[in-house]
Design a protein around this ligand. Structure first.
Ligand code: FAD
Length: 398
């Protein structure tokens, strides 16, 4: 095997990086994951994830982690309630006996037939813990923010913010949408999608946002009006995560200099931008246990390519960041990891570079399709008749 006795460095311990480490370890490869978080206890931000049969679930099965995954899913979490800005309910999946698991991604015609397939949903932090706990001790090198690297012999010498340096024969960038490793393979810059999301998390939501908490019935709430959306759902840790999403010029964040630690300022902004929305939504901003992250949505060009190298590659968002309107990003990161592990440990290629070439080709082809889907879905969800479109799709498929 081409990786025998070689040290592999995965930069980034998100979904993709962790699953890749697990799969390489199953083939006895020496691998370390360098993660900038301080430790496993750090609060994991971000939305719950639904895993798809042909990608995320397939990858978890390859890692022998399907049993643990299913033991931790949240069955009601994917049931949706669809409303308008005035809090009027237009569709309620909780009232439908055969309600199936789905995501707003499936608003596109080609994927309608997939809607009836179950898509089990899990909290991101829980999935991350399943992956972390599957690794051999000492695999994770926490508090290791990658800064730079230079070529050394046939590999790389990596430098971290904590002052440490390490050598690796093969470096895999799994450091997410703002990857620092990516620059060593590609100079392609991301393109702004026209949509910015503001992600908010309310801790202890039952106390801090009781009406919204109860209304969600443990599932998803999708509200669409005026080319704007509010989506929210609760998580197993008792928090409520919401996303405010609208079409906003790229320079808006920089020009408005919004301080996302100043909850009152964000509330003022919300009242101005979502001025036509019912005051019932104001409960989102009432608590002090509230945390915001701005998420302007960028994507890499669908026709991006780069020259394959023998000692570096990338997976997941580092390779193909895209807006989340197809619900595929984490699923693709997991599938990338599964395929890369397969290709790197297979004897069908005459060397690492050939394995990486074939891996990157397949990854970029599927990422291009997913990027087109998600951009189209983003347009639909922020269009004038978004509500009617979404309701008709949910009605047709239940
Ligand atoms: C609001 C929202 C909703 C989403 N919903 C879904 C969904 O429903 N379904 C779905 O499939 N996808 C969804 N996604 C997309 C999904 O979150 C990403 O595609 C997925 O997390 C990518 O996984 P990754 O492993 O490539 O990167 P990440 O999960 O981002 O992990 C990257 C890791 O690298 C670490 N890191 C970053 N920089 C450095 C550095 N310099 N040095 C060391 N470590 C570093 C980070 O701390 C992190 O742990 C959503 C995204 C958003 C923003």
């Amino acid at each position: 095997m081409h990786l025998q006795n070689k040290q592999v460095a995965i930069v980034g311990g998100g979904m993709g990086g962790l699953l890749l480490a697990r799969l390489l370890q199953m083939k006895n490869i020496n691998v370390k994951v360098y993660e900038r978080d301080f430790n496993q206890e750090v609060r994991v931000q971000g939305s719950p994830l639904d895993l798809h049969e042909d990608s995320g679930l397939k990858a978890m099965k390859q890692a022998n982690l399907l049993h643990e995954f299913y033991a931790n899913i949240r069955p009601n979490a994917s049931k949706a309630r669809i409303l308008d800005k005035d809090f009027q309910l237009h569709f309620d999946e909780h009232n439908i006996e055969k309600a199936t698991l789905k995501s707003i991604s499936e608003t596109n015609k080609d994927s309608l037939e997939n809607i009836s397939k179950p898509r089990p949903e899990i909290d991101r932090a829980v999935l991350r813990n399943i992956l972390l706990n599957s690794l051999l001790p000492e695999t994770m090198v926490w508090d290791s923010q990658f800064l730079s690297m230079e070529k050394e012999n046939t590999g790389w010498k990596l430098h971290f913010k904590n002052g440490n340096t390490v050598f690796a024969a093969l470096v895999i960038a799994a450091d997410g949408a703002n990857s620092k490793v990516r620059a060593y393979l590609s100079t392609e810059k991301p393109i702004y999608s026209g949509i910015t999301m503001i992600e908010g998390t309310i801790y202890n939501a039952q106390q801090n946002a009781p009406d919204l908490f109860e209304f969600s019935k443990g599932g998803k709430v999708l509200a669409l009006s005026n080319e704007q959306t509010i989506m929210y759902g609760t998580k197993g840790d008792g928090s409520l995560m919401f996303l405010l999403s609208s079409k906003i010029p790229e320079k808006w964040l920089a020009e408005n200099d919004l301080d996302f630690k100043d909850n009152q300022k964000i509330f003022e902004w919300f009242k101005e931008i979502y001025s036509e929305w019912s005051p019932k939504w104001h409960e989102l901003f009432k608590s002090s246990e509230l945390h915001f992250i701005p998420r302007p949505q960028y994507y890499f060009p669908v026709n991006q390519t780069w020259k394959t190298q023998h000692n570096i590659t990338m997976i997941g968002d580092a390779a193909h960041r895209m807006p989340p309107f197809a619900g595929k990003g984490a699923n693709l990161a997991l599938l990338d990891a599964a395929e890369l592990a397969d290709f790197l440990t297979s004897d069908q290629f005459n060397g690492i570079k050939t394995a990486l070439y074939h891996f990157e080709k397949r990854m970029l082809e599927r990422a291009a399709i997913a990027t087109k889907d998600t951009l189209e879905n983003g347009e639909r969800i922020h269009s004038k008749n978004a509500l009617a479109q979404l309701v008709s799709i949910f009605k047709r498929t239940n």
